[in-house]
Ligand binder design. Structure first.
Ligand code: FES
Length: 147
């Protein structure tokens, strides 16, 4: 039921850990299942994401999507990172079972939350970035229908 890539990223997650004095930190949870994810971004003066780490207290799909999301944003500019959707993360993993699609929203929203934190700390506004939710369960049904 899970692709090989999902199993690989679940069993060997990339970029697990934390970054001290990170440029931005984002924490997002889903109150319905109780899963939580935190993403740390290290962003240089050219707004390029030099390093990224994550910690996920969650299901296997949440771990795999967090791992893939960190791989996709590493080395990207903050604007490129902003465009990485949960759909792109799922495609990079060769798909997720429909009941697990919502788990991929944690990674997308945690990246947005970390970018939001970075923007706030630096007194800048990132065009196109909306204030992230701390609980993705609100509005989850609407988002899930889009896929
Ligand atoms: Fe909660 Fe997967 S079941 S994130």
């Amino acid at each position: 039921m899970y692709s090989e890539k999902v199993m690989d990223h679940f069993q060997n997650p990339r970029n697990v850990g934390e970054i001290e004095n990170a440029s931005g930190v984002g924490t997002v949870g889903n109150a319905k299942c109780g899963d939580i994810m935190r993403i740390y971004l290290d962003i240089d003066e050219n707004e390029i994401i030099q390093d990224v780490k994550f910690k996920t207290f969650g299901c296997g799909a949440a771990v795999a999507t967090s791992s893939m999301a960190t791989e996709l944003v590493k080395g990207k500019s903050i604007y490129e990172a902003l465009k990485i959707t949960n759909k792109a993360v799922m495609e990079a993993l060769d798909g997720l079972p429909p009941v697990k699609v919502h788990c991929s929203l944690l990674a997308e929203e945690a990246i947005h939350a970390a970018l939001w934190d970075y923007a706030e700390k630096h007194g800048i506004r990132i065009e196109g970035l909306e204030k992230p939710k701390s609980d993705i369960h609100e509005g989850e049904e609407e988002e899930a229908e889009a896929y």
